[in-house]
Each structure stands twice: as structure tokens, then as C-alpha cells.
Design a protein around this ligand. Structure first.
Ligand SMILES: [Zn+2]
Length: 504
């Protein structure tokens, strides 16, 4: 929930600055090694209010995004992340402000500088363009959904687009009366407005920009109850309602299963959004995870494996959503844990023993490290393929680190650590160093020496308790495992798109 204080300015070409010579606009970031221009220094966003008017999924939406923020430095200018839309006007505290584009940033010069520590409000009237690829809006057969991870929220709305700056979110979406709009969080009501309907939603907990979700389409909204009376809400294409029913019924049991493992579900509601779209991945958008309908209707995967993918996205609500990564190099904490519970679920269903899956991961771990870097020091992705950081090493390769830790400290201490982790850092952000520190506290011994080679080593350390396990010297990390046909590419499937291999 706090923005970093240290500015990262990749361009040093600005030269000396005088009062008469304002600096040229440059994109800035908060120093995330994998995404140097994501996020912005000097302020902390506390709340977003995003108003959208939908005209069809082939036309830009009209939008007004209001950010409430607090300065963490004196601001004569500041940056917002925003690309792929037109800015019509921009105000700071109600006064028109100057703005210029620099890369994927808007450089804003308020009429009056913002004092250090002062709250301020930025109101941007803009368009939000669903065309093109690169993340953000996902065009479905009947409307739109959203997939912003990792760096695409700013293709939808102006923001401080980094998970280390979580904020409150309110959505107001106006759409034709024959469509249904659902966003993360819970509904605040709807009103008729000039031939359309405006739907309002708010999240009760802070959220990272990458986890925002809005569904617009011909949808059925189905309600049921989870453990402890938790409202469970699913959003599916109205035409697919019957044939998806069997899958939707699984969620309450999966919630119960996860709560037994790590403690109470962290948010006010949960559910799945099943969209008629081809994304190549599923996504843990906060309180409403996004799934492609094809996963359930045409993937041909066994039902236990599809369920384990549902558990993967559910587990992210604790690991990745409630506890967000401080930097994208901490991504292994998201994917490693989600894969861990996905694998544990398959194990407990008697379908894929955890030890077998981990042995297969161990065999490929060195190749995965060579291809993508170690879990906590991943190599950057190609600039035109930013979701390329979602590689096998982040999934089964990082679940393997958790397995090694459990082997080392024992199942009881490991379970205590997991529960304490999601309790201590809920609604916040946490880093790899935080995890190592807490693991050491829970285990009652310093685990730096043990975990560092697992997290940062170019090769995979020996597995405690399995001296016979050997890494294979494979030339690439793309082999098919029995775990799910995706070479540990993960249930989200971002690394390689959909599986072509069949699970074992
Ligand atoms: Zn995942």
C-alpha cells in the first residue's frame, strides 16, 4: 500500500534543470528490475473510482478515472502509467493540469505543486480502448473481460500500475440494458441512465491494479454460499449456464479445502468468471477469477486436473491477491504457492502423488533455471512478450522450493508458516526477504543459508530426504510432465499457452 520513495529514471539525458527550463517529460518507475517503467515515485494511491461507458467491444469506452492519492514527496510534476487511450482532460484537485506523454507514462504538471504528505485528487477523462493485443481488455464473444497481469492495467485506466501500491476500487459501468455488468467486489446497486444501466461495484479490501476485473456481456450471475456463509458469485455466458453448472458447484468445497490448509478466505466474496474468449491462461482477478470457457468445455483434460486449476486460482486469492508481491521478482511467491496447493489438491484427490510431481519437477529444474533464471531472480521477458516472465520455473519450479522447505522444516512448521504468512501480510505487500525471515522465525533457525541457493542458485540444490533425485541435463524447459501436460508452465498456462499434452 505504499509507493517506493526512490525514483528510478532510466533516462539520464535530461541534463541540468533550471526554473526557466522545465525538464522534458520522461517515463519513470519505482525500480522494478523486470518492469522498469511500472509504477511511479512520489505518491501513494489510496483509492480509484473508475467510471466507464460501454459502446460495444469493438469501440473505445468513454471513461473518467479518479485517483485519490497522498504525496510522499513534494510534487511539481508526477507520472501516471497510461497507454492505449486518449486523454481528453486532466485535473488535479479540480484545476486543469498540463500533461504530456512519455513512453507509457503521462507526465502531469499540476497548476499548483502538491506538498509532501498532502492528499490530492487526479481526475482524468479519457478513452479506454479494447482493441489490439498486449493485455488489459479481453474481447469475448459477447462483450469484454479484463486480464491486466502483469503490466496491462494502464492499458485500461490511468494508474500507478504496480502491485506494491494497492488501493481501494470503485467501478461504475454504464452498458446497454440487455447486458450484464459484474466487477470484483460487491454490488452497490444500479440505476437507469439514458437508455442504459449503470452498475456500481466496490471492493472491501485494497487491490493491486493488475487484479481488477470487469465483465460486460450476456451473462448469467449465479449465487451460492461458501463456508461460513461466504457469498459465492459466478458469472458465466448465459447460454452455457447449464453445461457449466457441474463445475460451478465445486467452488464451495474448494474454499473449504483451502481454508483448512491456510485459514479464513481473505475477501468478502469469491466466484469464477467464465468467458467465451481465448486468452491462453486463467487469471486470479481479485474476488472473481477469470477462466476461458474452453477449459471446461473443450480442453479434454480430466476433471480432477481442471478442478486443480480452479484451486490454483482460488489459492492466489491468498497468495498474490491478499498478499501481493513487493516487486515482480517476488512473483515466485504467487505462482509457487498457487501451484503448491494445486499439486496438493491433485495429491489428496489421489490422482497425482505430490512426491511424484515434485520429482518430475526436480528433474527439469536445472533446465528451467537455465531458461528463465532462478525462482527469485528471473530473467526479464522479451519487451514485446511481457507475460513471458510466467515460465515453468515460476510454477512447478517454485512449488519445488516450497517442497524443499517443507522437507527441511517438517510439515507442521511448514503449515504454521503458511498460515502466519497470509495472516501477517494480508491486504498488504511482501517480499522474498520477508518470506525467508518469517520461515526462519517459525522454524526457530536461520534458513537463509538453506533457502538462498534454492531461490537464487543457477542450479538446483540437493533435495532433503531424497538423495537419489537428480536433475536432468535437458536442453530446454519445455518438456511435458505428467503433472499436467504443461511442463510446469502452471495452471495459469501463461508460459506456453494451452497444453497440448494430456495429463498423466
Ligand atoms: Zn497462477
Amino acid at each position: 500500500m505504499t509507493a517506493a520513495l526512490v525514483a528510478f529514471c532510466p533516462s539520464s539525458a535530461a541534463g541540468p534543470v533550471t526554473a526557466a527550463d522545465p525538464p522534458p517529460p520522461v517515463p519513470r518507475g519505482i525500480g522494478d528490475r523486470l518492469f522498469p517503467y511500472l509504477g511511479n515515485p512520489g505518491y501513494d494511491v489510496t483509492a480509484y473510482d473508475i467510471a466507464l461507458r460501454y459502446h460495444g467491444n469493438d469501440r473505445p469506452l468513454d471513461a473518467v478515472t479518479t485517483l485519490r492519492a497522498r504525496a510522499t514527496a513534494p510534487l511539481s510534476t508526477f507520472n501516471l502509467d497510461f497507454a492505449h487511450g486518449t486523454v481528453r482532460s486532466l485535473r488535479v484537485d479540480g484545476r486543469p493540469a498540463r500533461f504530456a506523454r512519455a513512453g507509457e507514462d503521462l507526465v502531469v504538471t499540476p497548476a499548483r505543486p502538491v506538498r509532501d504528505g498532502a492528499p490530492f485528487v487526479v481526475t482524468v477523462a479519457h478513452t479506454s480502448d479494447p482493441s489490439g493485443s498486449g493485455g488489459g481488455w479481453v474481447r469475448t464473444r459477447d462483450g469484454l473481460a479484463m486480464a491486466n497481469q502483469a503490466d496491462a492495467a494502464h492499458r485500461v485506466f490511468p494508474c500507478n500500475d504496480h502491485p506494491s501500491d494497492k488501493a481501494r476500487f470503485t467501478f461504475r459501468v454504464t452498458a446497454p440494458a440487455n447486458l450484464t455488468v459484474v466487477a470484483g467486489g460487491t454490488p452497490l446497486g444500479r440505476t437507469r441512465e439514458g437508455g442504459g444501466i449503470t452498475w456500481r461495484y466496490r471492493l472491501a479490501h485494497p487491490m493491486a491494479t493488475e487484479l481488477a476485473q470487469i465483465s460486460i456481456g450476456r451473462s448469467a450471475v449465479l449465487h451460492r454460499t461458501g463456508p461460513g456463509g461466504l457469498p459465492v458469485r459466478d458469472v458465466v455466458p448465459a447460454a452455457d449456464r447449464e453445461r457449466l453448472a457441474t463445475w460451478l458447484r465445486r467452488t464451495p468445497g474448494q474454499l473449504e479445502w483451502m481454508e483448512k490448509k491456510v485459514g479464513p478466505y481473505p475477501f468478502e466474496t469469491y466466484g469464477v468468471l467464465i468467458a467465451r474468449a481465448r486468452t491462453g491462461f486463467e487469471l486470479e482477478t481479485q474476488t472473481l477469477s477469470l477462466f476461458e470457457s474452453g477449459l471446461f468445455t473443450t480442453s479434454g483434460m480430466p476433471s480432477w486436473y481442471i478442478e486443480s486449476i480452479m484451486v490454483h486460482e482460488l489459492a492466489h486469492q491468498w497468495f498474490g491477491d491478499s498478499v501481493s508481491p513487493r516487486r515482480w521478482t517476488d512473483l515466485w511467491l504467487n505462482e509457487g504457492h498457487a501451484t503448491w496447493y494445486e499439486a496438493l489438491y491433485g495429491d489428496e484427490r489421489g490422482k497425482m502423488p505430490l512426491e511424484r510431481r515434485m520429482r518430475l519437477a526436480y528433474q527439469q529444474s536445472d533446465a528451467w533455471r537455465a531458461a528463465g533464471g532462478p525462482p527469485a531472480a528471473p530473467a526479464p521477458a522479451d519487451p514485446d512478450q511481457q507475460i513471458g516472465i510466467f515460465r515453468p520455473i515460476m510454477y512447478d519450479g517454485s512449488a519445488l522450493v516450497l517442497y524443499a522447505l517443507r522437507q527441511r522444516i517438517g510439515p507442521a512448521a511448514f503449515e504454521r508458516l503458511e498460515r502466519r504468512w497470509v495472516r501477517r501480510y494480508h491486504d498488504g505487500v511482501a517480499s522474498t526477504a520477508d518470506f525467508v525471515r518469517l520461515a526462519s522465525q517459525v522454524a526457530g533457525r536461520d534458513l537463509n543459508g538453506f533457502l538462498r541457493p534454492w531461490l537464487y542458485g543457477r542450479t538446483t540444490p540437493r533435495m532433503p530426504g531424497h538423495p537419489g533425485w537428480k536433475p536432468e541435463a535437458a536442453p530446454s524447459g519445455q518438456g511435458v510432465t505428467e503433472a499436467g501436460g504443461k511442463a510446469g508452465g502452471g495452471a495459469d498456462g501463461k508460459a506456453d499457452g494451452k497444453a497440448d499434452g494430456k495429463p498423466g
